[in-house]
Write a protein of this length. Structure first.
Length: 393
């Protein structure tokens, strides 16, 4: 053993609950967990031994839906919303996503990395070890690739795992025919996959975004390129995007406030994860709750993410996202913790390597000075992290 964390309480997140071990230890060989379980009968002490003094260990947290890389901000639109303008009204007037597109196109790759680092550092400081980062503010092949390279570059300057997602179908550039733009998005997928810049493909299925049929075209191109798919679906209305995505084997469908029974059934059948984004719900003052009870009843896995973005969820705290998920959506403590570990890993297609404390998985840990796991969901504005371990160090 290279390192052994002992005298700890574990939330392994194995099984369907928290997988609690009251007197446990975690051992690592190199980057991987060699053992996670009861201290009695566990591995002998070897290498470096860390006495955790009864602290809790969870898997490193996973933020499975962010737009962390972008130019500028949209504080002015925040003021407009406070004065009564809706998200859709702002978008149709040339604000919203397109205002961020202008700022992102004007920024260099290095500038995008530099501006994203404070947001990434805030997540890392709360125990996040894996973060998904979407493109979608470039809307040309050149600028979308620039965003994806910037996302990849963040993993070179911080000890964190980054999954990049191509979101070319985020908005229609001004003056461009929508079907012609979808053709361009589809044509870009294979080159991005070949260049190793994208781990998945996403789209925005909404009245101010793209139709279900247009999204299906994008997903067909993604599948042909060997990339998994996910979808922004049913946030402002029900275009039945989640159902279509699930029927095509999507890893996740995200937002879901207007999700209906057919969409839930399709997601349950496919194992598609419901990624709930309470920060966006709160920030735009949404009133339509996602159908959490129906998702539970159908056995649909539920994840939680920050949706960190400049317009509708400028949130860089996954701990606060859990509290919002519990308070606004009435998720349980177990659901919230699973939602930022096991189910978030599932939403990224990475449950085989992260998300639980099990032998063979990467040794990504968050060690907390709390008396019980519920404190991680209950508290607001307090970060009880003791230490964060990424890949065994």
């Amino acid at each position: 053993m290279d390192r052994l964390w002992t005298n700890a309480r574990l939330a392994t997140m194995t099984g369907s609950g928290l997988g609690l071990v009251e007197d446990g230890c975690v051992a690592a060989i190199g980057e991987r967990i060699a053992y996670a379980g009861p201290r009695v009968g566990g591995p002998p002490s070897a290498g470096e031994v860390i006495d955790c003094g009864g602290a809790w260990i969870t898997p490193g947290l996973i933020d499975c839906h962010t737009h962390l890389v972008h130019g500028g901000d949209r504080a002015q639109e925040f003021e407009l919303r406070l004065a009564g303008a809706s998200y859709e009204e702002i978008a149709r007037a040339g604000g919203g996503i397109l205002s961020t597109v202008t700022a992102t196109r004007a920024a260099s790759e290095d500038e995008l990395v530099a501006s994203a680092l404070p947001r990434l550092d805030a997540l890392i400081a709360e125990g996040v070890t894996t973060v998904e980062i979407k493109s979608g503010y470039g809307l040309t092949p050149e600028h979308e690739a620039k965003m994806l390279r910037a996302g990849r570059a963040l993993a070179d300057v911080r000890r964190v795992s980054v999954a990049t997602t191509y979101l070319g179908a985020h908005a229609v550039p001004p003056g461009v025919d929508v079907d012609a733009y979808i053709d361009e998005v589809c044509a870009q997928i294979a080159p991005l996959a070949a260049a190793g810049l994208a781990d998945a493909v996403d789209a925005f299925c909404e009245g101010i975004g793209f139709s279900r049929a247009q999204v299906v075209r994008v997903f067909e191109a993604a599948r042909a390129a060997g990339l998994p798919i996910k979808l922004h679906a049913e946030q402002l209305s029900n275009l039945h995007g989640a159902q279509a995505a699930a029927e095509m084997g999507a890893l996740s469908a995200d937002h879901l406030e207007y999700l209906d029974a057919d969409g839930i059934a399709a997601m349950a059948a496919a194992g598609t994860v419901a990624v709930l984004l309470p920060g966006a719900y709160y920030f735009v003052r949404e009133t339509k709750l996602p159908p959490v009870d129906a998702l539970r009843a159908a056995g649909v896995p539920i994840a939680i993410a920050t949706d960190c973005n400049p317009g509708t969820s400028p949130l860089t705290s996954l701990l606060l996202a859990m509290n919002m998920g519990a308070t606004l959506f009435r998720l349980t403590v177990d659901e919230c913790l699973a939602g930022v570990t096991r189910e978030a890993a599932r939403a990224l297609g990475r449950l085989d390597s992260i998300g639980t404390l099990e032998a063979g998985k990467y040794c990504d840990l968050a060690i907390w000075d709390v008396e019980r796991p519920a404190e991680l969901v209950y508290r607001m504005g307090l970060n009880p992290i003791r230490s964060r371990i990424w890949r065994g160090e």
